[in-house]
Write a protein that binds this ligand. Structure first.
Ligand code: SF4
Ligand code: SF4
Length: 175
């Protein structure tokens, strides 16, 4: 026990001692901005699919999962059944950049970017509306198109599609 503690003590001081003779590394920010990995979690954007349509389907999953409740929106529906957010708001003054909204999003609409220089003196300027968030590209995955996989609106009744079974009448299960 004593031997192990002593070993840990010596190793700790050896690491400190080693750094005494190393050349200091000072990055001259903001003159030099270190390139950050694409997966860095900072400023949030709303992306578009390859057809140029906004990807967000206003499913509210991101706002439900957000631990600090800083995302809000109102859903709307186009004539062809495609959903979209009438407005979409993120309060960056509350955001903790945890990335949970990006994880939850089924359409890859909401994405975090490495852009971290978002400080403002007035806190209200940190409230971003849809027009501030929406970009003209697909972000990390330009090719993904949620509606090409899922379809926009259901065609035909339940049970009429290929390999689809007829819906169960749940009342038939009652005693
Ligand atoms: S990164 Fe986290 S805190 Fe920020 S909006 Fe997304 S879920 Fe909320
Ligand atoms: S950003 Fe994604 S998770 Fe949030 S409402 Fe839009 S589609 Fe749903």
């Amino acid at each position: 026990m004593f031997k192990e503690s002593f070993r840990g003590f010596i190793l700790g001081f050896a690491t400190t001692f080693k750094h005494l003779f190393r050349k200091p590394v000072t990055e001259q920010y903001p003159e030099y901005k270190r390139p950050l990995p694409a997966r860095s979690r900072a400023r949030i954007i709303l992306t578009r699919d390859p057809d140029g349509d906004e990807r967000c389907v206003a499913c509210y999953l991101c706002s439900a999962v957000c631990p600090v409740s800083c995302i809000s929106m109102q859903s709307a529906e186009r004539g062809d059944g495609r959903r979209y957010p009438r407005w979409f708001r993120i309060n960056f003054a509350r955001c903790i950049y945890c990335g949970l909204c990006e994880e939850a999003c089924p359409t890859l609409a909401i994405q975090l970017t490495p852009h971290f220089e978002t400080c403002e003196r007035e806190v209200l300027k940190l409230v971003a509306e849809k027009e501030d968030l929406l970009v003209n590209h697909g972000g990390k995955n330009n090719d993904y198109n949620f509606y090409r996989c899922a379809g926009v609106a259901m065609v035909g009744d339940k049970g009429t599609h290929i390999n689809e079974e007829n819906p169960v009448d749940v009342k038939s299960n009652l005693p």
